[in-house]
Design a protein around this ligand. Structure first.
Ligand SMILES: [Zn+2]
Length: 308
């Protein structure tokens, strides 16, 4: 299993060095257990970002994301090729907090950092990556697998540079975007607890040469794919999702760094920690989730569905 320690640590230390100002602020204490039902409850919605507390206009509406990936309902497609990622760390431009997550942005004016292969017919340019996480390690991912929640989820966002000339154009169009989703799972660690905070929310800082390939699991051949949407406004249904079967690992303290970010601006009276920045799950609406691997091969190649 890939361990994020060696990867996120320099990432986190850059966050510390460049973004954090004060060493003391209140800690957020997880107060509830979580399951999918709880995550959809009014209580949880009330804890979430204001963006989700009002009805949103959703274009189309029957191909929304995220969804629960049901393994036994996914369809193995032997035609699905391995993903081919080719990232140039020098295209990394900056990190910034958009009030909902933090984005690490890449120069997407050329084809220097791309993904192709897998279910994709075209080449897609990397424009940014970001994470979604919870206030507790027990939840935080947007997608789930057989209703299993992960602590966080990484999204690497790419746009179709073969068909379109700008992200803003691709985001509205069919096959415009390709997003790689990677689950993060917390491994037990006795690392010392850090008490840090982010003071300046909207600052844009230099953040160079971060190789996003470091965040991919060792096995990128096995994934699920389906047609869906962005999970933040404009929620356009232009996304080919590729959700990795293999998760990556992160320590509790590393996720604590994420949780020490703030939704609110530094000068606001009531500060709100950046947690639970995930969208609730959406209806599958008859969509098929394809897998690049057969989940039943190892157990019983000819097993009938429903038998155990
Ligand atoms: Zn996302």
């Amino acid at each position: 299993m890939v361990t994020l320690s060696s990867v996120i640590r320099p990432f986190a230390s850059q966050l510390h060095r460049q973004l954090f100002r004060h060493a003391n602020r209140h800690r957020i204490t997880p107060v509830r257990r979580c399951n999918l039902a709880a995550c959809s409850s009014k209580y949880v919605l009330s804890q979430m970002h204001p963006m989700w507390q009002e009805p949103l206009a959703i274009p189309g509406g029957d191909r929304q994301s995220p969804i629960d990936i049901v393994i036994r309902k996914s369809v193995y497609d032997s035609e699905l090729k391995p993903l081919v990622t080719d990232y140039d760390p020098q295209t990394c431009q900056q990190i910034w907090n958009n009030g909902y997550s933090f984005l690490v942005e890449y120069d997407d004016t050329t084809d220097k950092s791309t993904v192709k292969g897998g279910p994709l017919q075209d080449k897609y340019r990397l424009c940014q990556f970001h994470f979604h996480w919870g206030e507790s390690n027990a939840w935080g991912s947007e997608h789930t697998v057989d209703r299993k929640l992960f602590s966080a989820e990484l999204h690497l966002v790419h746009w179709n540079s073969d068909k379109y000339s700008l992200f803003e154009e691709a985001v509205m169009e069919e096959n415009g975007l390709a997003v790689i989703g990677v689950f993060l799972k917390v491994h037990t660690s006795h690392m010392e607890r850090r008490h840090v905070s982010l003071d300046n929310l909207n600052s844009v800082v230099d953040f160079n040469r971060f190789d996003p390939a470091c965040l991919l699991p060792s096995n990128t051949d096995d994934y699920w794919t389906y047609h869906g949407s962005l999970t933040t406004p404009p929620l356009t249904e232009s996304v080919t999702w590729m959700v990795m079967k293999q998760h990556i690992e992160v320590s509790h303290d590393q996720l604590a760094v994420f949780r020490s970010l703030l939704f609110t601006a530094a000068d606001e009276e009531v500060q709100k920690g950046m947690v639970n920045n995930f969208r609730v799950q959406q209806s599958q609406c008859g969509r098929t989730v394809r897998s690049s691997f057969s989940p039943f091969l190892q157990e019983a190649p000819s097993a009938e569905e429903g038998k155990h």
